[in-house]
Design a binder for this molecule. Structure first.
Ligand code: GDP
Ligand code: IMO
Ligand code: MG
Length: 446
């Protein structure tokens, strides 16, 4: 059976959570490879909203193992809160979760350092989620980080915490921010050791063993390609590789184990936080998309900036991730529009640009070039079969496919699992679709 990676092709919030949850029954394992509780993956099941931050979006299904890889930064407090939330909804969380012993910890001083750093950045602030993600990855690359596995060795833990807190306190004190007591952090870590110790394993070996047993894996990306630390709109990005390459480093999996990379594309674009956004809409249409698409951050509640779909950025994402197939989400949000714009290129200083630029000053100044198409002006929200989709909507989909040079394999028409059009002939090439569509809550044909 194929292993697939589900990767966002924009600035996050493309609907990765919905798609991952929906496809999970065709897999044995769902694994997160990067990011942390900055992610907010929303799943709706029969009107009930569940937002996952750190735990993979496969957790709502029985007999599926959810793995948190070494590339993820783990805030144990957030992890335990998420488990509590799931258990209060009657979702079993026990031997169906594994955390890599090699994952880095987010400890209480990381968000504090981030708040100070964002303040210093002033009007150049990134607008992070302030969950301590950046500072935890800084510690990792500075080789100052504390791993989940360190919780199991008191001597190592004590010496690392003492060292780390000493350094952080110098910065925090300098900016008149409250400092931390090493003994308190150690005490907190011992509490976490008792609570999460049972979940810790060598994930790279575990995955190899499972693959050898014939198990299949869905690798769930967090954030999106344009937030990737290397290939996104740096410095307005997150601090990890959200692109498909992150699967290998973030789980200890070799590249030949990824059979297909499935891109997730929202029918328009959103972005939370600061940074360039060439196709941003500043007027009333932007507000309309924000309201109709309920575009408010699933982690911070901040309003998401809204804009038109950007084919140049999508082409960049398809290239970096090796995406030939994608899922289109939220086109229903465009149902009422008379006209829809599609960003088909850029111009910079009056010359055309044929690719997504990496220089921040170019990104900030370039102008989008649009193609305008007529809206379909029909309700596609909740549509389940391909035949019911309006012709003009299918033309719009074809245009995006041609521009991005990738094919649509599934169209999401609402937040619920059953609000989905499966393109059976295309999906069957990489997924056992019967395991999904034969479920009682999903019963679609195309
Ligand atoms: P993620 O971070 O990529 O998992 O996406 P989020 O969960 O942050 O944001 C996507 C939002 O859109 C969530 O509230 C979903 O419930 C919702 N959603 C997903 N697919 C669709 C769709 O096709 N139509 C509509 N209207 N909402 C959707
Ligand atoms: P999901 O997985 C959208 C954004 C933040 C900020 C930048 C850096 O739900 O798609 P960070 O806290 O990561 O250092 O913030 O990245 N950001 C997201 N935007 N969806 C996300 O995750 C995001 N995770 C981080 O708003 O601009
Ligand atoms: Mg999200």
């Amino acid at each position: 059976m194929s292993n697939i990676a589900v990767v966002g092709m924009q600035w996050g919030d493309e609907g990765k959570g919905k798609v991952t949850d929906l496809l999970t029954p065709a897999f044995d394992i769902v694994a997160r490879y990067q990011g942390g509780n900055n992610a907010g993956h929303t799943v709706f099941v029969k009107g009930k909203k569940i937002v996952l931050h750190l735990i993979p979006s496969g957790i709502l299904h029985e007999n599926v193992l959810c793995i948190i890889g070494n590339g993820v930064v783990v805030n144990p407090r957030a992890f335990l809160e998420e488990i509590e939330q799931l258990e209060s909804l009657g979702i079993k969380v026990d031997d169906n979760i594994v955390i890599s012993k090699n994952a880095q910890l987010i400890l209480p001083y990381h968000p504090s350092i981030e708040e100070v750093t964002e303040k210093i950045r002033g009007d150049k602030k990134i607008g992070t989620t302030c969950k301590g993600i950046g500072p935890a990855y800084v510690d990792k690359t500075a080789r100052e980080g504390i791993k989940t596995g360190d919780l199991l060795n008191m001597d190592v833990l004590r010496s690392k915490v003492e060292q780390s807190v000493k350094l952080k306190n110098i910065i925090l004190a300098h900016f008149q921010s409250p400092i931390f007591e090493p003994e308190e952090i150690i005490k907190e870590c011992l509490f976490y050791r008792d609570k999460i110790g049972k979940y810790l394993q060598d994930v790279s070996y575990l995955i190899e063993k499972k693959i050898n047993e014939g198990k299949s894996i869905l690798f769930e990306g967090a954030q999106g390609t344009l937030l990737d630390i290397d290939h996104g709109t740096y410095p307005y990005v997150t601090s990890s590789n959200s692109t498909a390459g992150g699967v290998c480093t973030g789980l200890g999996v070799s590249p030949d184990k990824i059979d297909h990379v499935i891109g997730i594309v929202k029918a328009y674009t959103t972005r939370v936080g600061s940074g360039p956004f060439p196709t941003e809409i500043h007027g009333s249409t932007g507000k309309h998309l924000q309201k109709k698409g309920n575009e408010y951050g699933a982690t911070t509640g901040r309003p998401r900036r809204c804009g038109w779909i950007d084919a140049t950025a999508l082409k960049h994402a398809a290239r970096i991730n090796g995406i030939k197939k994608f899922v289109l989400t939220k086109p229903d949000v465009l149902d009422e529009l008379d006209e829809i714009k599609i960003g088909i290129g850029y111009s910079y200083k009056d010359s055309p640009l044929d690719r997504f630029p990496t220089e921040s000053w170019v990104l900030e100044e370039l102008k989008p070039v649009y193609k305008t198409v007529k809206g379909w002006k029909k309700r596609i929200h909740g549509t389940k079969d391909h035949q019911s989709l309006p012709e003009s909507f299918l033309d719009y989909v074809k245009l995006i496919e041609d521009l991005v040079q990738a094919e649509v394999v599934m169209i999401s028409t609402g937040a619920e699992r059953e609000d989905t059009v499966f393109l059976r002939d295309k999906m069957e090439k990489f997924i056992d679709l019967d395991k999904i569509v034969d479920r009682p809550d999903i019963n679609n044909e195309s």
